[in-house]
Design a protein around this ligand. Structure first.
Ligand SMILES: CC(C)(COP(=O)(O)OP(=O)(O)OC[C@H]1O[C@@H](n2cnc3c(N)ncnc32)[C@H](O)[C@@H]1OP(=O)(O)O)[C@@H](O)C(=O)NCCC(=O)NCCS
Length: 196
């Protein structure tokens, strides 16, 4: 799932209002419930998951993400402050496939939505990824994300977390029904400074 050959050290990042931590096998029930959500399946689960039987989806989703740090991808569970219950997931992938760059993806469980959690998690993850390697970060300069134009909530998340809209990629995303969607490309640079 990553093009980087450099293993990453698994991280837990705590802020006053959320925690980003590595996924564990104990997250499987919460992932299974999340993967019942049509929005997560349509926009964020990936074809290997959506094409599998419902009962197999959590295991198929989770397995590569448990070992992803070894192959240079940082996929976190998003949890509440100081406790580990999974409320969502955020992945920084393709780390250094292009030098100093990566791609980020995210989802939040239906029960945890409506509180700006994804934008706060995204800002937290970006600030860590921009931190120099010597100081425990990934030393990245540019992080991109894409979302189907019609996924307006994801556009708000990106903008709120300081990922500026750079353009529209025509027919970029193929959803679970095989329908092609135009997608927005957003990016945040280390030199952009803090999100508003
Ligand atoms: C996108 C997602 C992560 C946002 O979850 P969240 O952090 O709880 O987001 P919130 O409900 O707090 O909403 C964030 C913003 O989007 C807006 N928003 C949310 N859903 C919206 C919708 N359907 N239409 C318009 N605006 C919407 C909110 O009003 C809010 O705007 P604000 O920042 O101006 O206040 C979540 O809906 C999700 O997991 N969706 C399915 C998977 C997905 O789409 N992942 C992204 C793939 S690119």
């Amino acid at each position: 799932m990553s093009h980087s050959t450099t293993a990453l050290e698994p991280r837990t990042i705590n802020t006053p209002d959320l925690q980003l931590r590595p996924l564990t096998e104990a997250d499987e029930p919460a992932v299974a419930e999340a993967l019942l959500d049509a929005g997560i399946l349509r926009w964020a689960a990936g074809r290997s998951v959506t094409e599998a039987a419902t009962g197999d989806r959590a295991r198929i989703w989770l397995a590569p993400r448990l070992s992803c740090w070894d192959s240079g991808a940082a996929v976190f569970a998003i949890a509440g402050p100081g406790h580990g219950t999974l409320l969502g997931s955020l992945g920084i992938r393709e780390v250094n496939r292009l030098p100093d760059q990566a791609v980020v993806t995210y989802w939040v469980t239906p029960a945890a939505r409506g509180r700006g959690l994804a934008a706060r998690a995204l800002d937290t993850a970006a600030r860590w990824a921009f931190t120099p390697v010597a100081d425990g970060g990934l030393g990245l300069h540019r992080i991109t994300l894409d979302h189907a134009v019609r996924n307006v909530g994801s556009c708000r998340v990106a903008t709120r977390a300081g990922f500026l809209l750079e353009g529209t990629m025509r027919d970029f995303y193929v959803d679970t029904d095989g329908i092609r969607h135009d997608s927005h490309l957003h990016a945040r640079l280390a030199s952009d400074g803090p999100a508003a």
